[in-house]
Each structure stands twice: as structure tokens, then as C-alpha cells.
Ligand binder design. Sequence first.
Ligand SMILES: *Cc1c(COP(=O)(O)O)cnc(C)c1O
Length: 382
Amino acid sequence: MIEYSKIEIQVDLAAVQHNYRELAKAGTRLIAVVKSDAYGHGLAQVFSALEATGADTFAVGYVHEAHQLRESGCRGRIISLLGPVDSDDMTRLAHGDIIPFIGHFDTLRALADRWPAPEDAGCPGTLDIALKFDTGMSRLGFQRDELPELLDFLRAHPQLRPVMASSHLAASDEPDRDALTAGQQALFFEIVDALRGAGFEVEANLSNSAAIMGHEACRYDTQRAGIALYGGNPFAGTARESLGRNLRPTMAATAPVLHVHTLEKGQGISYGHTYVSDRDRTVAVVGAGYADCYSRGLSNRGFMNAGGVRVPILGRVCMQMTCVDVSALAGQGVDLHVGDRVHLLGGDDPGRVDIHELASWWGTITYEALCVLGMNRRVFLK
Ligand SMILES: *Cc1c(COP(=O)(O)O)cnc(C)c1O
């Protein structure tokens, strides 16, 4: 494959390990969520760094991601949060070493048909499954009123062994929506109680990163930690922001300067001349654009970091290039040349670009900025 991108993503695995330890302090036993290539950080490298730190359970989205994780040598428990979506996934589950989330009767029936009862000849044994409940997200999961039918089904199909019960919170990162979180928590409590009352000894988990950090009542046997492992503070910009003060950034991104020139007073720059200069400025053309997952939404809004100095984007982000105003560098004793690298994310203080800022200029959340930027070529710092 031809690699066009000159962007380089630096992943700080020690920072991921640090964040894991921080969250483990706050939330006891963690399930490390490493879906979508570990939020753009690299599945194989992140899981092994986390395994070395003591993580024993990992959650991905699709069953094929789970399979890939197992193939990369993961010895711990692996959960597929989406469960099987096609017949290939059903085949991958046959090894019995992936725990699928199941939230609907059709999937449950399909699994029960495939796994014969334990006394049948040639049986592959029981399959461990995680039951997913919808307590307010209105996305996937069994509803509370389906519980009696679910319990009947499980009693009739002992080849499927529910080892876990889960639900997902819709707004645990929004302090003014605490009532919604509390309502979901109460409903989940009721469901777990009913399952255990019926003799199913499930491991319960409800918390995501925000709940681990800010909602102690949502703590069950295990907690599912995602964004905070990657340095994203789910409470950034809220009254609970300080709960994330010990998290460390895990990703930086650099791109090369392709050209430096003067933009004269009155000249427009880039497509549509959406920026016209009010004075002479020095412009650096940087080799990063929307084809490299550096969003066009950053046009005239975002900043880069050149040698520790914040430099604003001028005009529209192009497919493989973006122009920044580097006029301020001369006064700061920073020399910038073609071939030098500037930071799209991270870099030295005082101009360091933080993932929360980048996401807000971009008009999105840290999750998307990390997943998307992470599609570029990565290098790993140990
Ligand atoms: C992605 C995901 C998580 C992790 O959420 P964060 O907010 O990133 O901590 C937890 N549970 C489920 C079901 C998820 O899909």
C-alpha cells in the first residue's frame, strides 16, 4: 500500500499505563475498553502495555476485533460489546474464548441453536455470554419487561451461561443530568438483583470512565474504562473537571512543514479566500489535511504548535495541506524551516495542543478526534 500521509502519531504507552493505574485506584477492577483500535492508539500495543500493568479483561466492539486481539496473544478475558453480527462471527465464537454481549432474543436464539445442550454428543460445551440491558440509552439491550421471558429462556438453555450483566449510561459525563444516571443505576440494580435471585451469578458492570470518576453509586463488580485510559477527561469543561486532573495525554501528532512564504497585506489564502490578511504575515504550509483525518472543520478555527508556540490556521484546511500563521515565531526566537515538524496535537509548552481543545475547535469530542487522527502512521513511545 502507498502511504501518502506524512502525519506521525506518537502513542505514549507509559501514559496509558499511568491512566489505567489512576482509574484502578478510583474504580477497583477494570475492564479495559480497547475497541476501534484502542481509540486510535493501536490495539496490539495498547493491550500488551495494559496487560503488563495488570489488566486481565479487555472489551472490543465487533467479534472480529476480539478475534484479532486473541490472535495478538492476549491471554485475558475478551468481551465483544456488539456481539455476533454475521455468520463469520458465529464461527469465531465457536472457540468459546470470547464473551459476546447479547441484548436481543434473536441473537440469543441463534446462539442456542448453534450450541447444543451439554448432554448432546459432540457438544462444544457451554458458551459464556454477557447480558446487555437497556436502562435508558435506547440503543441495544434487553428491556426490563423482557426479564421474565429472558429468565425462562436461560433456564431452558443451560448451554448458554450468563456470566455478566451490563448496561450503558447515557449521560454520566454531564453533572446536570445526574438524575438520569441515578435512574439508570436504580433500574440496573433491580435487574441484577432479579438475575441473582433467579440463581444466575453474574458479574455486574455499569460504569464507563465518567461513572468511574464521578458516580461511586454506579460501581459494581467491574467497571468498563475507555476514554480516560487515553487521557480524555469526560468532565472537561464541567464543574467536575478536576476529577480528571491526574490523567495524562497519550497521543501526539506531528506533520512536516512543506513550504514557508509571505502572505502580503490584502492577500487571501487557500480555497475561497475565507481568510484575507490585514498585514504581511509569514505562512507555513503544513502537510496535513482532511484526507489525513485532520478535519476541515478546523478551518480558520484551529491552532497548531510550532516549537512551543501556538500558531493559528489561516483559511480552509485542504485535502493534504493546511496553512498556519507563523509570524509570531520570529519574536519568540523560533526558526522554522521546510522539513521541520509542527504539532497538530501535543508538543512543548506553552503552545501545547490539548486533545480537549483540539476536539472543541474541531466541533467534536475527544473520542472522535483520537479515533480518527489515530488512523495515521503510529510510532510508540515506551
Ligand atoms: C465504549 C464503551 C465504554 C467505554 O466508555 P468511555 O466513556 O470511553 O469510558 C464502556 N461501555 C460500553 C458498552 C462501550 O461501548
